[in-house]
Ligand binder design. Sequence first.
Ligand code: ATP
Ligand code: MG
Length: 363
Amino acid sequence: MQKLDILALGGDGIGPEVLEAGLAVAETVAGRNDLQLNVQHDLLHGAAWDQHGTFLHDETLARAKSADAVLVGAVGGPQWDDIRVDGGPEMQDGLMRLRHALDSFAGLRPARFWAPLAERTPFRPGVAEDADIMVLREMCGGVMFAQPRGQTLRDGVRYGYDTAAYDDREVSRIMRAGFELARQRSGRIVSADKANVMESYKLWRQVADEVAGEFPDMALTHMYADNCAYQMARDPAAFDVIVGCNLIGDFLSDLAAVVSGSLGMLPSACLCDVPVVGARIKGIYEPVHGSAPDIAGQGIANPFGMILSVAMMFRYTVGRPDLQSQIEQAVERVLSAGIGTPDIGGTHATQDVADAVIRELAP
Ligand code: ATP
Ligand code: MG
């Protein structure tokens, strides 16, 4: 029997609620597929701060390092926003530190159209029905981490600065991840940069072309990120894999999310290696939405983003794309049956939605 060690970090707000729903689905799928889940629970970010005075305890990090997969609910909340901790940007945020320490550089943010949610998108009929976008965001480098950064006084003027930088190894591994994903999809990949105005993106583009030589059967297109955003908004169905740096990937994944109709529907994965077909890769899986303090504790959080993140875990960490498809199809049937939480116009509780997905999973 295949075993999977999972570290479950509920985090803050609705995080633990959606995590519970995701784990229930995971247990069902595992139980029917001769797979044993060993789940350990621990604290992250605000919950960890309140308990330990740190956003990510060293012991939690050690557990994450030895697990096969980490599931995260959601983190953050206004009561922790103003806390400042010594150290780099990753020390201010438990999730950022976790990603950085695991070197989970490949941020997969898929966004697809769901027919039952069509009216929640801004698109007129015929535009977004075929949209199925995979934004791949570099997670561990770029302007979010590169040094120097800081604030200072210059001639009596307050001055804040960051450094946009990548080295060729950082670019080549994220590009390889992009091409491997493209190979599993339509074969088309767009690299979004600002090579017209910035040196780090000139390197990005050169390295992308070099890596493209290893994937002669894939079609790489370079786009300036601003134009890419405009084209995505006009014609989302024209895109498949879009790869961008930490900053551009952040913007474009939120933009792509519009085709799904709700923030609560969006899953993500942060993988620690290039997702070659058939590989079993360690990853952090989490819904894209935040901790939604306004609805926490009410049992009405939309669990689909978490459930779809669990589906990604089956694909990339367990190596079973078929199980991902089973979960996605179950989600589709549940949505079509009109079952959903209030944020997508439904009247059901988190638990009802999870139960419905479990019922829909083939016995
Ligand atoms: P973060 O900074 O962590 O991204 P945020 O302030 O951008 O957080 P969210 O916490 O994602 O925002 O919430 C934005 C809005 O969407 C809130 O009104 C919240 O209630 C709603 N929301 C987010 N996630 C869900 C969900 N899973 N189910 C229902 N509503 C949600
Ligand atoms: Mg947000």
